[in-house]
Design a protein around this ligand. Structure first.
Ligand code: SF4
Length: 341
């Protein structure tokens, strides 16, 4: 990816393969390629939306970036707080410093909080574990943080079960931000919440981004959410990045047939256009049995012989767009009209 400024994050040829046993005696070993050679950069202060169906590799990629998973190949570089972290090599003090700079907000606010820890302990734990603060200073920092996320001082000594889903996600956000990170990977942060609460949490994340100059990687299966929060959008399919571009450009002029399908499923335009154009959604791929050539062939209404023979590479198309499709220049795909986001 070409960028004049040094990016905050560089993801270079990152792979994450999981071993899978099969055969009668479970002796045959193969690999599920959850993330397979992803390259991208993220600039400080931007929000990169990563979108794809379940199993596309987006959550695995987020976990590779924050070292919740060890990567199988490639490298992730975080340039933050005057340092460069080569994520796969981090240990000891360097790993602790990295954990201060890169944090994750998880999908499920119910299961990501320890029911035996009150909010002071929950939000204060990263400060304690990373040797940043303890005692009175810790309590002051936690108090300031929970006020910033819209909770109150009297919540400090309550336990997670006494909070609503939206409040629990606010606690999860406070826990991630209390160490003052530069990069935050938000993995489906609103998908477990009622629709009425989702907008509140999305607005809160944007306010906090401005206040603390945060950089977000925002992961979601829903293009309707991604288009609301992102500056650029990365589309993943079967472990690969298939399209990357500026938000408005990608929404109005998608270049990959899979992006067109995701956009056709956005509420408001979905029903009308899918009936008119007959865009079939198709089934998510069998990751253990991907086709040769382009992995999207079985679902692609535009596939030709070359698609079955050769895997397309991610390549620049101008306007900051990158796409992996043999036919990207000739196809006229439908986006969202008047996408004034
Ligand atoms: Fe469809 Fe071929 Fe493009 Fe793959 S390369 S998305 S099969 S047109």
């Amino acid at each position: 990816m070409v960028n004049e400024k040094q990016p905050l994050l560089e993801v270079k040829e990152v792979k994450k393969y999981f071993p899978v046993a099969s055969g009668l005696l479970q002796r045959k070993k193969s690999f599920l390629k959850a993330v397979d050679g992803v390259n991208l950069t993220v600039q400080a202060g931007e929000t990169l939306g990563v979108v794809g169906e379940s199993g596309s590799g987006k959550t695995t990629l987020g976990r590779c970036i924050t070292k919740l998973y060890e990567i199988t190949g490639g490298e992730v570089y975080l340039h933050a707080d005057g340092r460069t972290f080569a994520v796969s090599k981090l240990k000891g003090d360097d790993l602790r410093a990295f954990r201060r700079s890169a944090q994750t907000i998880f999908q499920d606010p119910y299961s990501s909080l320890n029911p035996r820890m009150n909010i002071l302990e929950t939000v204060g734990e990263p400060l304690l574990v990373n040797g940043i603060a303890k005692g009175k200073e810790l309590e002051e920092r936690v108090t300031e943080m929970i006020l910033q996320v819209g909770l109150r001082i009297e919540h400090l000594r309550r336990f997670p079960h006494s909070f609503s889903g939206g409040q629990r996600q606010r606690i999860g956000i406070a826990r991630a931000l209390v160490v003052n990170p530069r990069l935050v990977v938000a993995d489906e942060p609103v998908s477990a919440l009622d629709v009425s609460i989702q907008a509140q949490i999305l607005n809160l994340l944007q306010e906090l981004q401005d206040k603390y100059q945060l950089t977000y990687i925002f992961i979601s299966h829903a293009m309707s959410v991604i288009r609301y929060v992102s500056n650029r959008i990365a589309v993943m399919y079967a472990g690969k990045l298939v399209e990357l571009g500026e938000k408005t450009e990608l929404l109005t002029h998608p270049r990959h047939p899979y992006s067109e399908i995701l956009l056709a499923a956005v509420p408001r335009v979905a029903e009308r256009r899918m009936l008119r154009r007959g865009i079939p959604m198709g089934e998510p791929p069998d990751m253990a049995n991907l086709p040769a050539g382009c992995v999207f062939v079985p679902r692609c209404p535009y596939a030709k012989d070359i698609c079955k023979a050769e895997a397309p590479q991610l390549r620049p198309l101008g306007s900051g767009s990158f796409v992996s499709c043999h036919r990207a220049e000739e196809l006229e795909l439908k986006g969202i009209k008047g996408a004034a986001m």
